[in-house]
Design a protein around this ligand. Structure first.
Ligand SMILES: [Zn+2]
Length: 429
């Protein structure tokens, strides 16, 4: 059996590798397929050349149809090609490449080339892109997850009997894997990212300890934007002196006991403090962000975070942690939680090995995952943190980021300060 593979690359829906297995007698399939892509055959030189730049023209569609019709009975998998290409727009450009793994920078360059061919100009020009993202692309692989797909994305070993929990290193003989472990808490609206390699014990520990605090901390946003919880209900907040809930689809109601309102004696209140009665440790916000990151990273990288795992499991204490860059903005608003990772691909020890970018509603967090054995710095000093920010220039140069210390590790009651502004009050209340 022979194998022939082509990598499809587009900026829209078409992607992935086409793998065709065929016998020597069936080698005509490959020549016919190459003909679909308008390959030129030079019999004298025994060469085939095909342009990697391809366009989804009417002619291409006709050739593809003939190819599928001819081979669908011998190779049923070719039938899927019609549906896959059908996702392209008429006359859209796409690339065909050898089936190799592309790194972030290669992908980025190809996307840029496609955008130009397809007449889509990115909002930043070349010079600006180089200035904002150049250093990141030179030093990091960017790991993203396509959450638009209907299917769940399951991370790590699929077979239960082969699984090792990445947080306690135990397998099926010692622990159980009956619960479906969400890589990002389900209460934040994550239904798609599932971690296979998390045992029931660790799942329960993270749930009841660190993730619980993270969810409390985002309760206001969860209620405001109607993020459905595990039971598929929109949460409501009931604190010591207030009740905050969605009374119907688009209406939010806040009931407050009168003593907690300050401002004019009569008329609109100006500000109020909502005491939730929930006690949280602020360091658990940081731990949860790192737990999410270590849940979605490839299994092969987990061994570099033994100390980080001890820390998120409360087995290692940390008194100081790098600051987290936090942006509250509607620019990147997302109702579902989204996580991207930046994994250093070289030995530049001035830069952290793993950086995460977590977005949820109007919150955006850019954070260093601490305690990796690939790091020789702790990024606590201003100079070290500045080196990191100089690389992540798109963060540094964006206005509005605050650099917040999440290292406080004492349980405190969570309260929200609400300022009532005239314009917004009408919309919210
Ligand atoms: Zn475990």
């Amino acid at each position: 059996m022979n194998n022939f593979g082509i990598l499809f690359f587009s900026t829209s829906q078409l992607g992935g590798i086409l793998d065709i297995g065929y016998t020597s007698e069936q080698s005509e399939i490959i020549t016919d397929l190459l003909y679909v892509f308008d390959a030129k055959f030079d019999v004298d030189k025994q060469e085939v050349s095909v342009d990697y730049k391809q366009k989804y023209t009417t002619l291409f569609q006709a050739r593809l149809k003939v190819f599928i019709e001819k081979y669908k009975s011998v190779l049923p998998s070719v039938q899927k090609l019609g549906a896959r290409f059908g996702k392209l727009e008429q006359d859209e450009w796409f690339f065909i490449l050898p089936p190799i793994e592309l790194n972030t920078k290669q992908k980025y360059n190809l996307e840029e080339e496609l955008d130009i061919l397809n007449g889509r100009k990115s909002s930043l020009n070349e010079e600006q892109l180089q200035k904002f993202f150049g250093d990141v692309l030179d030093n990091y692989e960017i790991i993203t997850f396509d959450l638009d797909k209907d299917k769940k994305i399951k991370i790590g070993e699929g077979q239960k009997n082969k699984r090792i929990c990445r947080f306690c290193q135990r397998g099926i003989s010692d622990v159980s894997f009956t619960q479906e472990a969400h890589a990002i808490s389900e209460a934040l609206g994550n239904k798609k990212l599932i971690l296979n390699e998390e045992c029931d014990n660790c799942n329960k520990f993270f749930d009841e300890n660190i993730e619980r605090d993270f969810i409390y901390y985002h309760d206001l946003a969860r209620t405001m934007f109607g993020i459905k919880n595990k039971k598929n209900e929109v949460p409501e907040m009931k604190g010591i002196d207030f009740h905050f809930y969605q009374s119907n689809e688009n209406n939010l109601s806040i009931a407050v006991v009168s003593d907690s309102i300050s401002g004019e004696k009569s008329g609109t209140p100006e500000s109020t403090v909502f005491r939730t009665g929930n006690k949280i440790k602020i360091q658990n916000i940081y731990k949860t962000l790192c737990k999410f990151s270590l849940s979605v990273i490839g299994s092969e990288h987990v061994s570099h975070f033994c100390e980080t795992i001890r820390w998120i499991k409360d087995e290692k204490e940390a008194t100081a942690l790098p600051k987290i860059a936090v942006l509250n903005s509607y620019d990147f608003f997302t109702k579902r939680p989204e996580l991207n990772l930046y994994l250093r691909n070289n030995n530049n020890k001035k830069l952290p090995y793993l950086v995460g970018e977590f977005r949820f509603t109007f919150y955006m967090y850019i954070f260093i995952v601490p305690f990796s054995d690939k790091d020789s710095r702790d990024f606590l000093s201003e100079e070290d943190y500045e080196d990191f920010l100089n690389c992540f220039n798109h963060v540094k140069s964006k206005e509005g980021f605050e650099y917040i210390d999440f290292s406080q590790n004492v349980e405190r009651e969570l309260s929200f300060n609400i300022n009532f502004e005239k314009e917004k009050t009408d919309k919210i209340l």
